[in-house]
Design a binder for this molecule. Structure first.
Ligand SMILES: [Zn+2]
Length: 578
């Protein structure tokens, strides 16, 4: 991503003092230093004013500084900034956005050893008595409860009178026959097995090759696969010389037995375009708010732009055996999946608590947990004392995958599914999203959700009533402010110019061109091709890797520090009674 426009903006206030005070006493420098200090005091007074206070705080005028190590979310933004200015940070300042003491994970309840017969826990399945029950806050509470890894809402489409026919293969072809479909070519096998290429042993690696087609062409494949299966069944019945009546649909489990058949899975079909998919997307507005693609309490609705497949709908077209390998959602967000039918899907799910164990299995089998394709060998999980939810999703059933749940899915019959992500703003979801944000950085994997950008947007727009959620978000804002201010100090001390360039409407969040880390507020921009006027954003590390002194790098600042301070100070816990 690169900004399309660029202007030098207003010269930054701090740049008027470009040299850092030296150790030797030089009368000229001393004079410069005193001017600098005088200016700093003036800035402090302005900040007090902008925070909306009526009176001067004498200690603030005197510049009483809380040490950076003692700063916490009870401090004002002015105190945080002053602590940063007073701190001596050598080299890069790097601290977690999370505070371990604020964790809300239900870990302790799960440390006990689980007896073998309890490793197949029943999947929470909800049967709604009436349409009204779907909109009850109890349903939201249940689905987002950290203890519930997965919830199946049986027959939700029926209860809400959703017209799933709009997503049938026939309707999809009629709507957009030439629409792009990504194809995964896979080997059909029983859902609880995963054999290596020569079929000698079970393994975790589950590779598939990728190609592309259209909805019309995949529809043809899906239909002929169904017809073939009918035919095969008929022939096998003839061979067995059975005189039973012909069943209406082929038995998918019969074709399951024949391992080795090559199948095609139509995946990641983008239904984001509201013009092309108007009736389909409109139908989904009948869902309860917390399950909708867009809603007020959804972090993904605060990103400010489309993230394909996350805050937009994706469609999957399947034949029996089509596999979605094991994964957690991007940044551990929740996901919603509706089976359109006519066939069923089989699901496997493991609570977030065990993701590191599964990660270890992936390492052992030399497949990358975050970016690779793997299908857990069930016996491995049971022997590691990991409980696995296993259930069938029938047409009209909605599967709610809670934050961080590891899951893998296989089509039992011929069916289509629609799915998207949601990020309900609660402490558990927020914590897991930030944890994965930081883990992704360690593993050099892009965080599809720009969590720092989203966190500031949450603080600006959402009233938080839950104390745990509030503290976690406030802490992240504080850490973000610390990172920015210390970086600013270092740049200014080194005489580097910082150019303010306000964000424009719909401007995306930025990522480093080299390492894919989110770059928030302070962008290190280079001009890669001066004639084409393309600008490339880097993080500080990658910019310095190219040039330690940042020569040829323009530092853009997208928010005034005062603006961030105001957001931080204004963000407070809202009591439900007020
Ligand atoms: Zn980078």
């Amino acid at each position: 991503p690169s900004p399309s426009t660029y202007s030098t903006g207003r010269k930054d206030r701090d740049n008027t003092c470009q040299s850092s005070p030296g150790l030797t006493v030089d009368p000229l420098k001393l004079k410069a230093l005193s001017i600098g200090l005088f200016k700093e005091l003036k800035i402090l007074l302005i900040k007090v004013d902008s925070a909306g206070r009526q009176t001067f705080n004498i200690s603030e005028v005197e510049g009483k500084t809380v040490p950076l190590s003692e700063i916490n979310i009870n401090n004002t933004a002015a105190e945080v900034i002053r602590a940063c200015k007073g701190a001596k940070v050598n080299g890069k300042f790097k601290e977690s956005y999370l505070l371990p003491t604020l964790s809300v994970k239900p870990n302790n309840a799960m440390k006990t050893c689980i007896p073998r017969d309890k490793l197949n826990p029943p999947t929470p399945s909800i049967y709604l008595e009436s349409k009204r029950d779907a909109f009850s806050p109890v349903l939201l509470q249940f689905c987002t409860d950290p203890k519930n890894a997965v919830t199946v809402i049986r027959g939700l489409a029926g209860s809400l009178r959703l017209n799933l026919g709009l997503f049938s293969t026939k309707s999809l072809v009629e709507a957009n026959a030439e629409h792009a479909v990504e194809v995964r070519t896979q080997v059909q096998q029983p859902a609880d097995e995963n054999w290596n290429l020569n079929g000698s042993t079970q393994t975790w690696l589950c590779e598939s090759s990728r190609s592309h087609t259209t909805i019309a062409k995949y529809a043809q494949y899906q239909a002929s696969s169904f017809q073939e299966s009918l035919q095969e069944e008929k022939e096998s019945e003839d061979e067995e010389e059975e005189n039973e009546e012909q069943t209406k649909t082929p038995d998918p489990s019969a074709s399951d037995q024949k391992a080795g058949k090559i199948i095609k899975f139509g995946t990641n079909i983008d239904l984001s375009d509201p013009k092309r998919w108007k009736p389909q997307l409109q139908e989904l507005l009948k869902l309860p708010a917390f399950m909708r693609v867009e809603s007020g309490n959804n972090m993904l609705s605060l990103v400010g732009h489309t993230i394909l497949g996350m805050n937009s709908v994706q469609l999957y077209m399947k034949v029996p055996g089509s596999r979605t390998p094991g994964h957690q959602e991007n940044n551990n967000f929740c996901s919603v999946n509706i089976n359109i039918g006519p066939g069923d899907c089989e699901w496997f799910a493991v609570h977030e608590h065990y993701w590191k164990d599964i990660n270890r299995f992936c390492e052992k089998h030399r497949v990358d947990y975050l970016t690779g394709s793997w299908w857990p060998v069930l016996e491995d999980l049971y022997s590691a004392n990991i409980p696995v939810y296993r259930f069938i999703q029938r047409p009209g059933d909605l599967v709610w995958i809670n934050a961080g749940t590891v899951h893998w899915v296989q089509a039992v019959g011929w069916c289509n599914n629609i799915a998207w992500n949601v990020g309900p703003i609660n402490a558990y979801q927020y914590q897991l999203a930030l944890e994965r944000f930081e883990w992704n950085e360690v593993k050099k994997v892009k965080s599809i959700v720009p969590m720092i950008h989203v966190t500031w947007n949450v603080a600006r727009t959402i009233k938080i009533t839950d104390q745990d959620t509030f503290k976690m978000i406030k802490h992240c804002l504080m850490q973000s402010m610390k990172h920015i201010q210390i970086l600013r100090n270092q740049l200014v001390a080194a005489g580097k110019k910082i150019c303010y360039q306000s964000r424009v409407k719909d401007e995306p969040a930025y990522y480093c061109n080299e390492c894919d880390v989110e770059v928030f507020d302070m962008l290190f921009v280079t001009s890669e091709n001066s004639s084409k006027k393309t600008y490339v954003v880097h993080c500080e590390d990658c910019a310095r890797a190219k040039s330690q002194s940042l020569s040829g790098v323009v530092v853009l600042e997208q928010y005034r520090i005062e603006e961030l301070m105001r957001t931080y100070d204004t963000f407070s816990l809202v009591s439900l009674t007020s």
